[in-house]
Structures are given as C-alpha cells and as structure tokens.
Design a protein around this ligand. Structure first.
Ligand code: CA
Length: 155
C-alpha cells in the first residue's frame, strides 16, 4: 500500500510542483492551501507524513507542528523560506523530523521524505512488538498465534 503525504502550502505553484513530484513517485497525496483544515484532515487518519510550509497565512506553522506532534504519529517535514540556524533549530524543537529550505530540488525532497518515513515506520514497528508477543501462546512444543490460528511446530 502506498504511503500518504499531506502537503500544506499556500503557494499554488509550489503546492502543484510538490503534488506532481510526489504523485509521480508513487505517493498518495492530499493538499491543503492553509492550516485551518489540518486538524480535521489529520483526525480522519491515514496520513503518514506532513510536508508543512511554515509561512502560512492563517495559522503559524510552528504551532501546527507542535499540535500535530502532540496528537499524531505522522512524520513532519517543515518547508521554509528561512534557512538560518535559529529557524532550523526552532522548527526541529517544535517537533519536526526534518527541515527543508526553499528553493529545493525534487530529488532532495523525495530522498528526505523517504528517510523520515523509514524512521517513523521503524518506530511504529518497535511500538507494536510487545503487543504482538502477547498473542503468541506456546505449550507442549506447539505455538499458536491468536490472530491467525496457524499452528506451527517449532521443534
Ligand atoms: Ca508560504
């Protein structure tokens, strides 16, 4: 199943470029022109990563970053016109996984998206492991998975 990226960007040209590049690379893509609907979109579920413009007309991108980080497990990449050290540090401390400065190249942004998705996916799997172990019962040389009911003999 392809992963879903939410693009939040008020600049139509940048938004459409990102939409085109990500779609061509096999991602499912949703777009929003501002921050107002981000909460509803995230609450509906299924978003693996948010590409978030920090300079939005309605809601401050840092506030959005904190809000998404507190309530969802999705990866967050900030996209900003400011590339100075202070702006980067503040963005990462707000909870972003990465920070990209405009203008950017398609190959760079795609590589960073894949990198963040690899990390968030690995963290999700680690978080699920203890729960999985509870569903496996071993008795008398036989193991049984509660979810699948597939008997196996571990010898
Ligand atoms: Ca902007």
């Amino acid at each position: 199943m392809s992963q879903r990226v939410l693009i939040v960007e008020d600049d139509t040209e940048v938004r459409n470029s990102l939409l085109r590049w990500l779609s061509m690379d096999g991602f499912q893509v949703s777009t929003l022109p501002g921050g107002a609907q981000v909460n509803d979109t995230m609450a509906a579920g299924g978003v693996d990563l948010v590409l978030l413009d920090i300079g939005l007309p309605d809601i401050d991108g840092l506030t959005l970053t904190r809000r998404i980080r507190e309530t969802h497990g999705a990866g967050i990449i900030i996209v900003s016109g400011r590339g100075d050290l202070m702006a980067r540090v503040v963005g990462l401390e707000a909870g972003a996984d990465d920070y990209i400065t405009k203008p950017f190249q398609p190959r760079e942004i795609l590589a960073r998206i894949r990198s963040v998705l690899r990390r968030t996916e690995a963290m999700r799997q680690v978080a699920q492991e203890p729960a999985m172990a509870c569903h496996r019962y071993v008795f008398d040389g036989w193991a049984r998975e509660v979810e699948t009911y597939t008997p196996e003999n571990p010898e």
